[in-house]
Design a protein around this ligand. Structure first.
Ligand code: CDV
Length: 311
């Protein structure tokens, strides 16, 4: 019997610094209702979907920093999203800044969750590859994720949801082959990945000019080499004077892009993903057990230690 999951990528346009969580959740619900009209099983929202991309600013006041984080999920502001999902019988994936107390110690993570059609959280992921820097740099724009987020402590787990083996990655994670391979080795069939990818912060123009290409390349390579579907979802557009790419996309295990947003605003794209496509590639060209030969790869861990940890 063929298995499929109907997914929606719910790209968001800019969210202003002064916008409340409640106002953002109303936008998320509008997109969720549209997805439900399409008969979607799971709608995927971007990284840090509840607020503006606050790591672009250097905030020193601890209380102010905490105000960008969610200490509970769901909470009063997001409860309506969970309730609407349950009412509509649709699952979702949501990225947000998480404040977590573990053994009496406060931690801040860049987090994403999978919520099932009954409104229950069935999976959590904390971003591993935290990009950017700790200190304010002398350039037009900042990316201070290293100041605000710890490296995720949950690894790259996979979860059974919507009849598929699902995994998550957050933004910069998509650029790293290990992200995909660790989930690939667990049989992942569908990867959800939200992102906020700015341009014009002061990187050399030749890097900025390739941002869309690298976004697409990362998703297409990750999917193909690990025989998985992926839903990549942007927060896009000009947010507080800073530009972020759109190009949200759904990618097949063949590496083909089957749907892509063509705005930098709130926009929904939908695709019915045939999990049989994943199985075909896992059975043949990327049959890891049959063809993969890690025992012949050499001492790669020792050879990759070079490089400066700080920019
Ligand atoms: N939010 C991100 O992780 N952004 C990074 C940028 C800074 C390179 C990205 O990989 O898109």
């Amino acid at each position: 019997m063929s298995r499929s999951v109907k997914v929606a990528a719910a790209q968001l346009g800019p969210i202003g610094r002064s916008k409340s969580r409640e106002a953002v959740v109303r936008r998320l619900i509008e997109l969720m209702r549209e997805a439900a009209d399409w008969g979607v099983d799971v709608i995927v929202y971007p990284e840090l979907a509840l607020t503006t991309f606050f790591p672009r600013w250097a905030i020193e006041d601890e209380e102010e920093i905490d105000s960008w984080f969610e200490a509970e999920m769901p909470n009063a502001a997001t409860q309506p999203l969970f309730e609407e999902a349950k009412r509509l019988g649709i699952g979702f994936h949501l990225g947000y800044a998480e404040l977590a107390w573990q053994d009496g110690v406060k931690h801040r993570f860049n987090t994403a969750i999978i919520v099932d059609k009954a409104g229950g959280i069935v999976g959590k992921f904390r971003k591993i590859h935290i990009p950017g820097h700790n200190e304010v740099l002398d350039r037009p724009g900042q990316h201070l994720e290293k100041k605000y987020f710890e490296v995720g402590d949950l690894g790259f787990p996979v979860y059974q949801a919507f009849g598929a083996t699902c995994g998550m990655a957050i933004c910069n994670d998509r650029r790293w082959p290990e992200t995909w391979r660790v989930m690939g080795l667990q049989g992942v069939e569908m990867v959800f990945c939200g992102y906020n990818t700015p341009v014009g912060l002061g990187d050399p123009y030749d890097l900025d000019a390739l941002t869309l290409f690298h976004n697409q390349l990362s998703f297409q390579a990750g999917c193909y080499q690990n025989a998985t579907w992926a839903v990549g979802v942007a927060k896009a557009g000009c947010e507080e004077g800073f530009n972020m790419i759109g190009q949200s996309m759904i990618v097949a295990p063949s590496g083909e892009v089957v749907a892509m947003c063509n705005t930098i605003e709130d926009e929904l794209i939908v695709h019915k993903c045939d999990l049989g496509r994943s199985a075909e590639y896992k059975r043949d060209i990327f049959n890891f057990a049959y063809h993969r030969r890690p025992e012949h790869y050499g001492l790669i861990v020792e050879r990759t230690g070079a490089g400066s940890p700080e920019k």
